[in-house]
Design a protein around this ligand. Structure first.
Ligand code: GAP
Length: 512
């Protein structure tokens, strides 16, 4: 199946089975804003719990925080967001569509890569086992031409971005002959900077009002609470503060479903360390975070690091963890060594000392910070992409099954009476009444057992219990495994132990 078709299927599956709905749908929606349905919210909560517990439960020296979305506006001056949290935008005068100029150029670079990969694939097919890919890439004239064009473009682009040269960025778009996908023309406006923060007014007009921002990242809430947490928690360096919360960005081009949203959620952890030790911690957190992703069992090939060439002004090292989405490897998480930039800036702008006294060294300093920052929604999307499977069954039917890691599945167990009579529904409800305190169960009695299995497969329920007439005699049920579809007969009083062991976040955390 073409990856584009797969992605369309995923989006409609998410809607059909109550994972994700477009926001304000009955009013025709609101661009790049989404709501999570009954299954989506459970999956999202499980992802958040996996992250939170892996940080706060498993590390004695990491504590949580829940700071507010509105913060004093000077915070955004200090952090650099008011002056520099911009994207370069360009409009097509014919279609009136707006684009990110940097994304247009990056897409063009990707086109050269596509051409190169296509040439390689064609040659591999032609030459079979005798194909030497390394040699082909190094000598084939067409490949060399594409590489040379791509590298030249990449150099110009890098320079334009580093120099913040918007005229040059426009010139690259013109020189490359990049056209608007809607109008097909090259009738472009100048490139302008566009600040991504949403603002609103706080306070009534009679008192005077203040312009405040909806936070574009949760990180600043951690930095401005550094001393509160450190002092009240008697935290010793190295230590971390973790937070999960909403963030808002007025993205120019919001694309690819929940990949780029205007309202989204972040899970961020700032780890404060002694100056000079930050590279060692950066490496440790890189490894730790990759392990967390790979622990879900989707396969190591789905992930890669992308080290940043161009570092933000506050960072001395940065990498992304990318996941292979149907539209290519894309950033899911960023890991940054942010130096002492943020704490120093808040010290400067607030006029309050934000220093840490290190008793072992007998001196005060501004700690350095390693940040791990992951988008809940992007993580959700990667889990949905990895879990979605279409399988042809022996009878020729297709089953769609979401192979979520059991600990993340929205519903852990469905309890299904074989028929809607003879006391089987009552027995099924009895089982749920006992198990519902331990994990999320669902009762279903409508339709044939086969159809009910299919519905549970589609939402990724790892186990189905069927209550039949034998159950009433011997207190045993059939336990069906989602992935293998194999069934085993188990005693009702063993269900809790069997399932809890397989579906708990604890068992996932223990594998870390
Ligand atoms: N505090 C650092 C920070 O915010 P970022 O790379 O801008 O860094 C971190 O964002 C993560 O937040 C990204 O890796 C991504 O998962 C998520 N994210 C950023 N913008 C997003 C958007 N518009 N929609 C969904 N997720 C987004």
């Amino acid at each position: 199946m073409a990856q584009e078709d797969l992605f369309k299927k995923l989006v409609s599956h998410c809607k059909e089975y109550g994972f994700v709905f477009p926001s304000s749908e009955i009013y025709d929606g609101l661009a790049a804003v989404y709501d999570y349905g009954q299954n989506g919210v459970e999956l999202k909560n499980n992802i958040k719990k996996y992250w939170w517990d892996s940080m706060v439960l498993l590390h004695e020296n990491i504590v949580g925080l829940d700071s507010s979305i509105f913060m004093h506006p000077t915070i955004w001056k200090a952090s650099g967001h008011i002056d520099a949290f911009n994207d370069p935008l360009i409009d097509n005068k014919d279609s009136k569509k707006r684009y990110r100029a940097d994304v247009l150029v990056e897409d063009q670079i990707a086109k050269y890569d596509d051409k190169i990969n296509k040439e390689v694939a064609k040659a591999a097919k032609k030459f079979g086992d005798a194909f030497d890919e390394k040699k082909f890439r190094a000598t084939n004239p067409r490949i060399l031409e594409h590489i040379s064009k791509r590298d030249a473009l990449h150099e110009c682009y890098k320079k334009a971005m580093n120099d913040n040269d918007l005229n040059e960025l426009r010139q690259i778009i013109i020189d490359e002959g990049i056209v608007c996908p809607i109008s097909g023309t090259k009738n472009w406006t100048d490139v302008r900077q566009f600040n991504l923060m949403f603002s609103t007014e706080m306070g009534s007009t009679s008192e005077g009002s203040m312009k405040v921002y909806l936070r574009p990242e949760t990180a600043q809430g951690i930095f401005v609470n550094f001393l509160n947490v450190q002092k009240t928690g008697r935290m010793k360096i190295p230590f971390g503060i973790a937070q999960i919360g909403k963030a808002f960005r007025n993205e120019i081009v919001a694309r690819q479903f929940i990949f780029r949203m205007r309202e989204f959620e972040q899970m961020e952890m700032q780890f404060f360390v002694r100056p000079g030790t930050e590279m060692e911690w950066f490496k440790k957190w890189k490894e730790n975070r990759m392990r967390w992703h790979q622990n879900l069992g989707f396969g190591a090939d789905c992930y890669r690091f992308h080290d940043h060439e161009k570092l933000a002004h506050y960072a001395n090292a940065a990498t992304d963890i990318e996941y292979l989405m149907p539209f290519g490897f894309k950033e899911v998480e960023g890991i940054h060594s942010r130096t002492d930039f943020d704490l120093s800036q808040h010290e400067k702008f607030s006029g309050k000392s934000i220093k840490y006294f290190d008793a072992e060294l007998n001196k005060s300093y501004t700690p350095y910070d390693i940040e791990t920052s992951i988008g809940v929604d992007r993580m959700f999307l990667s889990v949905i992409c990895a879990a979605y499977h279409e399988e042809i069954l022996e009878n020729g039917e297709t089953r769609v099954v979401m192979k979520f890691p059991p600990a993340l599945a929205p519903v852990k167990l469905a309890v299904l009476p074989l028929v809607k009579k003879d006391g089987l529904p009552e027995k099924a409800c009895e089982i749920i009444d006992d198990l519902k305190f331990h994990f999320h169960c669902q009762y279903e009695e409508k339709d044939s057992i086969g159809k009910r299995y299919r519905r549970q497969d589609a939402i990724g329920t790892p186990y189905c219990v069927t209550v039949d007439h034998d159950t009433l005699k011997d207190n045993t049920v059939t336990l069906r495994d989602r992935d293998t579809m194999k069934q085993e007969r188990v005693a009702i009083d063993k269900l809790n132990d069997i399932i809890a062991e397989r579906v708990s976040i604890t068992s996932l955390l223990k594998k870390l």
